[in-house]
Design a protein around this ligand. Structure first.
Ligand code: C2O
Ligand code: CU
Length: 484
């Protein structure tokens, strides 16, 4: 057989197999309750996704008979699902029709500082009626998300967040699970009269704890139903977009096969009984229910101990009703070995930094005792590797988030936690220390790091790393006068 015929036959086989693997195994309409709107591409180039994104107040039905005046992107809650392929260019023409300044931050994306969406550091705030264009190439596959970075506890709490899925068709074919579900978890504080709860509710104590909304939303709604089929895998891509709430997910007796997180696929898959997501974190998990056909499951979130007052007198809460279709069990599914080779960052010569999360007697959060306003930027040079020891000296846990760069969390021996994973958000439990290693590649700028409990960030738990700024490498306590 001539070479090209063999090649063609081989290609046909590969395509036929992936087509086979990609056929849906779920009943019609299985995720109809959880549909997310897309967004129109106004650019003909297949490698450029160019979209319009408009922030405005919109009346939204959040389910169970409740309509609220939410803050929305393109009139939806959550904002539209932006779906791109890895390596594509994304152009977003943003328009602010809100009564407040805002910006759009692309959480977890390793993009140039000009599109990072931090007011006064990477761009001016977008004033009411104003516009801004974000334009960048998307470097990594994974589930990311976007949200404002101005008064973020208030604005995210009112509904400004949306998912950004960066696909790698090769990875998806290798995983071979056709049925994919994006789950944007959040909550919203809604009063009995239907008004949104004030972002100041509970005063300083509310800020210190981190305000959680009383309505738990999955893709912007309460009371939704998902249909699964016994034995048939679904790939759940989950983001915690709540401003303060941790989710600890339980699906009856079922298990989650976790294949990835913040920065795409992990080193290898692990099976878990529950999934914990701190605000800002993502999970990529395959679920193939063992439950009998015709049954019902519930996706619950169970109180997670994130410090004083977080579990006392609190009960599990319902996120989704899951109907198991009355249809024969799908037999024979076994997940292919899924993983991505992740090289441990070389720690030789790395700079060590200590960062402490503090809360002072005036109920102000800070980094090393200083609230954001008085904080001096840490420094890193381009190409520098740093090991950060982040110590939480407070009685509440804080999900640490670094803009623009992934890191590898280290264990007690200083080795990357297995399975290895690229993270941009990691929980720092109350009164504990977490260490991670990060390499600052060639994207100079003043990059934020902060707690992703957004009340805490607004309450002072924020800082900046000046990458490639003048002066090169310095320990944070050796930096010059505050430049904020
Ligand atoms: Cu989602 Cu500054 O963060
Ligand atoms: Cu915090």
């Amino acid at each position: 057989m001539p070479g090209f015929v063999r090649l063609a036959a081989l290609l046909w086989l590969v395509c036929a197999q992936s087509a086979l693997a990609q056929a849906s195994l779920q009943p019609q309409g299985w995720k109809a309750d959880l549909a997310l709107p897309g967004v129109e591409d106004v650019n003909d180039d297949p490698r450029i996704l160019e979209v319009n994104l408009r922030a405005a107040i919109t009346r939204i039905d959040v389910g169970e008979g409740r309509v609220v005046e939410a803050w929305t992107y393109n009139g939806g809650l959550p904002g539209p699902l932006i779906r791109v392929r890895v390596g594509d260019r994304l152009v977003v023409h943003f328009k602010n029709e809100l009564p407040q300044p805002t910006t759009v931050h692309w959480h977890g994306l390793r993009i140039p500082i000009q599109s990072d969406g931090v007011p006064d550091h990477s761009q001016p705030p977008v004033l009411p009626g104003g516009t801004f264009t974000y334009d960048f190439v998307v470097p990594d596959a994974g589930l990311f998300w976007y949200h404002p970075h101005v008064m973020s506890a208030a604005q995210v709490g009112f509904g400004l967040y949306g998912p950004l899925l960066v696909e790698d068709p090769k990875e998806d074919a290798a995983i071979g699970v056709a049925d994919e579900l994006i789950l944007v978890l959040s909550d919203m504080g809604v009063q009995d009269d239907g008004q949104l709860e004030s972002p100041e509710s509970g005063g300083p104590a509310g800020m210190v704890f981190g305000r959680e909304g009383n309505r738990l939303l999955v893709n912007g709604r309460q009371g939704s139903t998902l249909v699964m089929r016994s034995g048939a895998p679904q790939r759940w891509r989950i983001v915690n977009a709540a401003k303060s709430r941790y989710f600890r997910l339980l699906l009856g007796e079922e298990t989650f096969t976790v294949i990835g997180g913040d920065g795409g696929l992990n080193e290898y898959a692990v099976e878990r009984d529950e999934l914990v997501l701190a605000p800002g974190e993502r999970a990529d998990a395959v679920v193939a229910p063992k439950a009998e056909p015709g049954g019902e499951l519930t996706l619950m979130t169970v109180p997670f101990n994130r410090g004083y007052g977080s579990v006392e007198y609190r009960a599990p809460e319902l996120l989704l009703t899951v109907k198991v279709a009355d249809q024969p069990r799908h037999a024979g599914f076994r997940l292919a070995p899924v993983g991505k080779s992740i090289a441990a960052l070389n720690q030789a010569g790395a700079t060590e930094l200590d960062v402490a999360f503090t809360l002072d007697s005036t109920l102000t959060y800070g980094i090393n005792g200083k609230a954001f306003a008085g904080h001096q930027a840490l420094r890193a040079s381009v190409g520098e590797t740093q090991i950060w020891s982040v110590t939480n000296k407070t009685r509440w846990s804080h999900p640490f988030h670094l803009h623009g760069f992934f890191f590898q969390v280290l264990d007690e021996r200083g080795q990357p936690v297995r399975p290895m994973a690229w993270k941009d958000t990691v929980d720092i439990p109350f009164e504990k220390t977490v260490r991670f290693v990060v390499r600052f590649d060639d994207r100079p700028g003043r990059w934020m790091y902060h707690c992703h409990i957004l009340d805490h960030a607004d309450g002072g738990l924020m800082g900046l790393v000046d990458v490639g700024g003048t002066g090169g490498t310095h320990r944070h306590h050796e930096t010059g006068p505050a430049s904020e």
